[in-house]
Design a protein. Sequence first.
Length: 342
Amino acid sequence: MTRIVVVTGGSTPERDVAFAGAAQVVRALRALEYAVTVVDTTAGVLDAEMEARILQPAVGREPPSPDRLAELARLELGPRLVELPPLRQADLVFPVLHGEQGEGGALQALFELAGISYVGSGPLGSALAMDKDVAKRLFRDADIPTAAWVMWPTDAAAIAALGLPCVVKPVKVGSTVGLTVVRDPHAVPAAASLAATFDDEVMVEAFVPGREFTVGILGDRALAVGEIIPAHEIFDYECKYTPGLTQEVFPAEIPASLTTTLQDLALRAHRALKLRDFSRIDFRVAADGVPYCLEANTLPGMTSTSLLPQSAAAAGLAFPELCDAICRQGLARRTGGNKLPP
């Protein structure tokens, strides 16, 4: 029986999102008769009782507090993670982690050094996509439209050039954590201070009014395009993870030409960032019909309300089939097994 370790949890603002996704993935993989062990990067191997308590499919309306995250950070296993027997013995690791800790490339580099096979993008692709400043530079070089931006701190002239409203957000955090839509230029410093509580870099980006879309990528295939219609002005943390606050239409009810354009741009973004296995690429389409790439997600959400599973379902892949396809890509890449002794 193929042994898979689902690595989840962590000490990022998206910890609860990771647990909710892991609950879905673990259930699907066990139904497919994989032998699954769950590891939290702060608590280690979870026994059945801890799984039942921690792996909950629901996500709260707000992320954990900074104090709680600081407490969890002190518990992080760090490099000791790969010394855990289940990881040394695993045929494959399936990370369900978000934010810089899971998607920033360090975890993937640790697996590479330890000879542990895993699904998803490698260290370089993960790091490129996680850093929104670098990703947007690569989008621009690949002729993929993206909204204008500057890094904080900056001056009033640069903010004025972007126009209002603008978006102030952490550079290496997902799920819109720490993000603010600012309409008054005098409010930018306060928004930047909020963003800086979650990351050491902050960016200010032009706000693109329009419709929001997302495209899942599996292997080298663009899945169905979906439209996101949130109850709030933006697709924020609460709208992402609270059932009923967002209407998600898969496949999107748009002209075939726009579907093709978004799928093509999504594949180009996936390739420009050197991603692999799976990802999700997000867009806003302005009133003039121009699509702007917002970001790429290398470990997209896998909760019951997440967009990649919906994109796959609209393309004919049920959730267990999606998880199986992801695992098969990782297993096909596996050569020689893990290097650490059992």
